[in-house]
Design a protein around this ligand. Structure first.
Ligand code: CP
Length: 349
């Protein structure tokens, strides 16, 4: 029998409890720190055979540069093999809803996909962005949950409405440059973008910085850009537990002042989810939230980062992206090391 505890699904196997990596909500700080420490070790010893003969399937419903390459290369460096599948392109389209009459485009159901891949592989990764129509549905993260419900091997979230692998890379990068994160000021600033984007990285940045004791400021141009209450509540609870804090601000100057780390991301306003033209009108006056040298000069010699991809001179200026304080490529590199640590944890002996 499968046990379900909150968002953590555990499957008793013959010798141990199987664990998914769907969200860091389900992982405590010590367990995450162990992954971060392992990632630092793996950075020093890149090629090993610790996962020799093992396999991971990577299901991409959306495009990727960093996630796909870092998982594929990471698996190779550990002696494992990664199979990349793009359902709806070079693999059959998948139906995720239970109990439907499958007379649409999808050729097979997640029940069979998860079951078959569990016979072949030691883990399954999935990228499934929300559909940008109905937030009340998308906020339930049903696609990855249905995969986890049908799989009998660990499932890794490669970005849905959260991006937990990016969280690990961000925190590895913060610790590489700032040491202990506790008490450091972390500013998550919204930035303008030509279209409303996923809230996943913003949700994740908020949760990991608060979990690791940082004093977090969420800088938004308007209340409609606050994040879903499940993530705001998780961040407040994290801050209570870690001794950190979470403040919300619409004031650029006071937010940047004293910052140790500035993290930029663009996302759409949830009250206007699925209504992109209205959302664009709300967003239009806020292009000045772009991160530039003048704003960074207000900080306490802060580092700057972004998950990438990033449109230069839209989200951050060339000056910021080319500055010594920009650690976005360090964070991208750390995707490789933290995901190797994660694969070792979930797929290892
Ligand atoms: N940051 C990130 O996930 O990059 P990709 O979308 O290129 O995978």
């Amino acid at each position: 029998m499968w046990g379900v505890c909150g968002t953590l699904q555990v499957v008793p196997t013959q010798f141990q409890i199987m664990r998914h990596f769907l969200s860091t909500v389900d992982w405590n700080r010590d367990d995450l720190q162990a992954l971060l420490d392992q990632a630092a070790e793996l950075r020093q010893h890149r090629v090993t055979d610790q996962l020799k003969g093992r396999t991971i399937a990577l299901l991409f419903l959306n495009p990727s540069l960093r996630t796909r390459s870092s998982f594929e290369i990471g698996a190779f460096q550990l002696g494992a093999h990664a199979v990349v599948l793009e359902p709806g392109k070079a693999a059959w389209g998948i139906e995720f809803e239970p109990g439907v009459v499958m007379d649409g485009d999808a050729e097979e159901h997640i029940a069979e996909v998860a079951g078959v891949l569990s016979r072949y592989c030691d883990a399954i990764g999935l990228r499934a962005f929300p559909l940008f129509k109905d937030w009340s549905s998308d906020r339930q993260d049903k696609v990855i949950r249905s995969l986890a419900a049908h799989a009998s091997v660990p499932v890794i979230n490669m970005e849905t409405i959260v991006h937990p692998c990016q969280e690990l890379a961000l925190m590895r990068t913060i610790q590489d440059h700032l040491g202990q994160p506790d008490g450091k000021k972390f500013v998550l600033t919204w930035t303008w973008h030509p279209r409303p984007l996923n809230t996943a990285v913003a949700n994740s940045a908020l949760m990991i910085a608060s979990k690791f004791g940082m004093n977090v400021t969420l800088l938004v141009p308007h209340d409609d850009y606050l994040l879903d209450e499940q993530f705001m509540d998780a961040a407040y609870a994290n801050a209570d537990a870690s001794g950190g804090s979470l403040d919300i601000s619409t004031d650029i100057e006071s937010s940047y002042q004293g910052a140790n780390f500035v993290y930029a991301k663009s996302w759409g306003a949830l009250p206007l989810y699925g209504r992109p033209e209205e959302e664009a009108r709300l967003r239009e006056p806020f292009r000045h939230f772009m991160v530039d040298g003048k704003k960074m000069a207000m900080t306490d010699n802060a580092l700057f980062s972004h998950c990438l991809p990033l449109r230069r001179n839209i989200k951050a200026t060339d000056e910021v992206m080319d500055a010594d304080y920009c650690v976005a490529q360090d964070e991208a590199e750390n995707r490789l090391h933290v995901q190797k640590a994660l694969m070792l944890e979930l797929m290892g002996p």
